[in-house]
Design a binder for this molecule. Structure first.
Ligand code: ZN
Length: 141
């Protein structure tokens, strides 16, 4: 099969992709993860009104999310709950199929259709009210 074919890559199973941490001051906390814990820094695009730095923790990443504006979701999260774990992202083999199965299971979707996330991959969020209080992001491998 051509590498450019749109056929999905071989099934890998659902895996942890990243954990998103809402931070109030990215420059202040970055040296802890990057230098003290020794996690390599990876450039990521800004998304959803947040400046994002990725740190490799094996294959999964830790993403530090700092609000760029007071109206952004990260700013509202930090104002309400303080800095902390914001969301958990899982990579799935087939995002569209997984969203269909979530719908069938009655899971509340934040994104009805996938959109582009910080890593340039398609993503969709599930509402924490359906996922035991955890904001879940789904992406593709
Ligand atoms: Zn994320």
């Amino acid at each position: 099969m051509s590498p450019n074919a749109t056929h999905p890559s071989p099934a890998r199973g659902t895996r942890l992709a990243h954990i998103g941490l809402a931070v109030a001051d990215l420059e202040a906390i970055l040296p802890f993860y990057r230098d003290v814990l020794g996690m390599p820094e990876l450039p990521l695009d800004d998304a959803d009104g947040a400046r994002i730095v990725g740190l490799a923790a094996g294959e999964p990443l830790v993403e530090l999310l700092e609000a760029e504006s007071p109206e952004s979701p990260i700013a509202r999260f930090v104002a309400r709950r303080g800095p902390g774990i914001h969301h958990v992202c899982f990579a799935v083999d087939d995002l569209d199929d997984t969203l269909d199965r979530c719908r069938e299971a009655g899971i509340r979707l934040i994104d009805e259709t996938p959109r582009l996330g910080a890593e340039g991959k398609r993503i969709a969020f599930l509402h924490p009210s359906s996922t035991a209080g955890v904001l879940v992001e789904l992406t593709e491998h």
